[in-house]
Design a protein around this ligand. Structure first.
Ligand SMILES: *Cc1c(COP(=O)(O)O)cnc(C)c1O
Length: 392
């Protein structure tokens, strides 16, 4: 069982693994699609759910279970279910808990595919979404109607590090009989525990910092036993949006170094943000760790670190931004993040390229904006790589 008295770092390494009779030290990967029963009566009992135990890896798998128990412990949740990707985690929450006629209020500053899931696919199924500004609780309140069932956000936001007030929005959600769902991808439980601030469900893209080395695609939902352990689990086993045991194993090994890595990513990003703040060619830096960030105080209250993503606006618009990106020799030009390898992105023409000019302006995604996801290379090497194009 999960020992809640252990420190975070200890739980991240020790929770969930029950040794098999082989007495293995490392967690094994169970690459099996199905499980065998002692007799027909046991098979019947397992299928009926009258007896606990494995049946089929679309339902449960021992390797996946270690990842789930470990992540549940780290988030402080009763239950966790792993999914094929971060997007499938969000999808199964909606499939399991919403129905036609329901309404979602979501921050506008969410992952692009989540915007498409809500705005296009859920709309077709009769579930409407209103998008609001991340930071203004009054705007959220005004958007809630009698059909609203769920508030959804991601904090800090990508790429501008806007901070949502989790405690305030949890209170608003509960006053209106709604759930607050938080995508905790950018902070991970090493830096922020939304359940302890009142959120009901946590979404993860394990693809990012949980794995931490850019090797797999995976996801998870964490929350209470009824919603996650029963309702969402049931939706996953029926819809087939389960994770592969191998991917679950990579992610559970990633958790073992999560605490160390998130502190290191935050330190790296802080140094990069300070360097950029002092640079004459930089117009503005977006990083909640800087005292100049409009929500620095809120970030300090609900996060124990500020994470690895820093964005900044260079003077000279798209031309200069592309020059900075193309002058790097080490940083990877890719939209992924949460990797030990640092990445550099031009949001206006990639991750936010499909928005209209007006939507981009509204979201603050200017042509001079560059996003850096700080990896764990020696920080002076990262800064030198960014400075090549900046100083030119
Ligand atoms: C990447 C990401 C997702 C989607 O996760 P996948 O694993 O790519 O499906 C969702 N939310 C955030 C904040 C992300 O960065």
């Amino acid at each position: 069982m999960i020992n809640q008295s252990y420190n975070f770092a200890t739980q991240a390494i020790r929770t969930g693994h029950r040794r098999t009779p082989e007495q293995e030290h490392g967690e094994p990967i169970f690459t099996t699609s199905s499980f065998v029963f002692d007799n027909a009566a046991q098979a019947a009992a397992r299928f009926a759910g009258d007896e606990p135990g494995n049946v089929y890896s679309r339902f449960t798998n021992p390797t996946t279970k270690v990842f789930e128990q470990r992540l549940a412990a780290l988030e402080g949740g009763e239950s966790c279910v792993a999914t094929a990707s971060g997007m499938s985690a969000i999808m199964v929450i909606c499939v399991a808990l919403l129905q036609a006629g329901d309404h979602i209020v979501s921050s506008r500053s969410i992952f692009g595919a989540t915007t498409t899931l809500f705005g296009k696919y859920l709309t077709r199924l009769g579930i409407e979404t209103s998008f609001v500004g991340q930071t203004d609780v009054h705007e959220w309140k005004a958007a809630i109607n009698t059909s609203t069932r769920m508030l959804f956000l991601e904090t800090p936001s990508n790429p501008l590090s806007e901070i949502a007030d989790i405690r305030g929005l949890a209170a608003l959600a509960h006053e209106n009989d709604c759930l607050l769902v938080v995508d905790n991808c950018f902070c991970t439980p090493a830096l922020q525990k939304p359940l302890s601030l009142g959120a009901d469900l946590i979404v993860h893209s394990a693809t990012k910092y949980l794995d931490g080395q850019g090797r797999i695609v995976g996801g998870a939902v964490v929350g209470d036993q009824q919603r996650v352990g029963e309702d969402i689990f049931s939706a996953i086993r029926t819809t087939g949006s389960c994770i592969s045991p191998f991917n679950a194993w990579v992610a559970l090994k990633g958790l073992e170094t999560l605490d160390l890595r998130m502190k290191a990513h935050s330190d790296q990003a802080m140094e990069i943000a300070r360097y950029l703040s002092d640079h004459p060619r930089v117009e503005r830096v977006y990083y909640a760790g800087l005292a100049s960030h409009p929500q620095h105080e809120l970030a300090k209250q609900q996060q124990s670190g500020f994470g690895g993503v820093v964005s900044f606006v260079v003077k000279g618009g798209r031309e200069k931004a592309w020059k900075v990106i193309d002058s790097t020799r080490m940083l990877s030009i890719t939209a992924n993040l949460g990797d030990v390898k640092s990445t550099i992105t031009h949001p206006a023409t990639t991750t936010h390229g499909r928005l209209s000019d007006e939507q981009r302006a509204q979201s603050g995604i200017s042509e001079g904006l560059i996003r850096i996801a700080a990896g764990l290379e020696f920080v002076d090497d990262i800064i030198a790589d960014i400075s090549r194009g900046l100083d030119a």
